[in-house]
Design a protein around this ligand. Structure first.
Ligand code: SF4
Length: 227
């Protein structure tokens, strides 16, 4: 995918902050760096499966726009939670939706095609005119994310991709949520550890990784946003 409206993505990232043994502080530092470096060409996407990324970003960059990709199949609880956080923390939430004319229920027959139309295409649209993309990806999410970089060039989308929470463990999330008194997603206490679309998300069982409830039993582990 080519980000046709983007200006030239900087090749030189030598001034990016290095990761330290304090991932929570690192998240703030890299977001502040990204704001200085990219300004309004920064796109922060949050899934609102929890409050962390939206809160960290709005603390580090007051007034920053937070983009929610609404596939049309979000849990009602996620829509409620995103709106609750918007009101609590005066977040500037931009909602990007898929093409209104898409066929319905494609998830029943072809989850890759459904994700391509309802997640990947809207993300690509959300990134038009932006040179950098902030995500909530964590290495501890799943084995497939174990080597996720902190800051790198996403050559597929022609943006600088920033994963401020890359080094966070579940313990860091618990610490941060407690420190700021953040609310939990309403499904969190029902066993949902990673919350996507309702047709493709189930609660996780003891000992399973965070994302094992996504497309469970299908072999699919990613929707195509992170490649
Ligand atoms: S997670 Fe499921 S419902 Fe959501 S876009 Fe992908 S296939 Fe469709």
């Amino acid at each position: 995918m080519t980000n046709t409206l983007a200006t030239v993505v900087p090749a030189d990232l030598d001034d990016r902050p290095a990761e330290t043994d304090d991932p929570i502080r690192d998240a703030h530092r890299v977001l502040q760096w990204a704001h200085r470096r990219f300004g309004r060409q920064l796109c922060v996407t949050a899934s609102f499966g929890d409050a962390v990324l939206a809160h960290v970003a709005s603390e580090a960059i007051p007034g920053v726009e937070i983009t929610l990709l609404d596939t049309g199949y979000l849990f009602a609880e996620t829509e409620w939670f995103a709106d609750d956080l918007r009101q609590r923390f005066a977040l500037d939430v931009r909602i990007v939706r898929p093409d209104a004319d898409l066929p319905k229920n494609v998830w029943q027959t072809d989850t890759d095609a459904c994700c391509a139309a309802r997640k990947v295409e809207p993300l690509n649209r959300a990134l038009l005119g932006r040179t950098s993309w902030v995500t909530g990806l964590r290495r501890s999410d799943s084995p497939s994310r174990r080597t996720a970089p902190f800051v790198h060039h996403d050559l597929l989308r022609n943006v600088v991709k920033i994963n401020p929470l890359a080094g966070w463990t579940d313990a860091h999330v618990v610490t941060y949520v407690a420190a700021y008194g953040l609310p939990d997603h309403p499904l969190a206490d029902r066993g949902f550890a990673s919350i996507g679309c309702w047709p493709c998300t189930r609660p996780v069982r003891d000992g399973e990784d965070q994302r094992s409830g996504r497309w469970a039993g299908s072999g699919k582990t990613e929707c195509g946003l992170h490649q």
